[in-house]
Design a protein around this ligand. Sequence first.
Ligand SMILES: [Fe+2]
Ligand SMILES: [Fe+2]
Length: 359
Amino acid sequence: MNNATTIIGSAASAAQKMVRDTTFSPRFYTTDFDAMNKICIEPVRSAWNAMMADYERDHNREFFQRDASFADEVLEHDKKMSPELKQEMLDFLITTLTSELSGCILYNEIKRKVSNPDIKQLMGYMARDEARHASFINASLKDYGLGINIGEIKRKKHYTYFKPKYIFYATYLSEKIGYARYIKIFRQLEAFPERRFHPIFRWFQQWCDDEFRHGESMALILRANPELLRGHNLLWIRFFLIAVYATMYVRDHMRPALKQAMGLHPTEYDFAVFRITNQIIKQCLPILPDLDNPAFKRNLDRLSYCAQRADRGAASGGLLGKFAKCFWSVAGAAVFVRMYCLPMQSNQLPEVTLLQPAW
Ligand SMILES: [Fe+2]
Ligand SMILES: [Fe+2]
């Protein structure tokens, strides 16, 4: 597991893990706010207005509150957790908190800096949801004495610049894959409640409904600006598809104990998530990864292997460790290029964009 490099045992080590940027860790972003102002959503106006009304109703207003048994459940499971599972659970909470914060900060920043009223309104709602998600996870870290000072992370973490269209592709895909990940876990633990080793998973269904809605908003933006879905932009869509799918695969294979404790196998779980995501993204992407191409899985496994070897190199330190990290990172990049060149399935976009979270 990648935590060989960092044992999370204190609030400082948790914060350090959040601040550090690695190839597969979530990042913080900034964008071009003037270009954001030029985004037009008129072609999807009626669906957009209905969605804004739905955000306004705020179904999950009271949802992210811990119930009376939450703390007892944490304590009870904590006694039974193996050290490996506990480290992976902490790593999971920290990575998820980083992703939620990444969204929250970016959406807030866009809301503050754009004058486009549609984008401003949407970003306000999305930031509201992500702030709730982030503080819910942070409360769980506090149970272990690892509460994060969010202001400090905001100040210390590096911000990566992304053009608005990259923000739309990346946000769309990560919200949708996030939905698929959470609903798959929720369904598994609904079927096998004895495997639920942390109460936070009880919140996942309504939680991922928020993420689903965020993804729907991005789908509307993309469909309203069809130039973002053709020509050379298809190369960018291809890039983000491979990057998002591969990142999840590599990360999950670095935390096998977490999935095993849920009764899931990382590879099967990831492919189930890919299949759900592929079904959803048919709503707006003209190309899809071909999950049945054996080369797709083969390269994911190679990439995962390279990432683990690079990680081990970094952990061992010294000149030799540095060399190993470099070597395996370059090898991983070559696998990524190979994955990028695999043929994709083409997809005819449907008349109606919006979907229900029905998985
Ligand atoms: Fe979220
Ligand atoms: Fe989200």
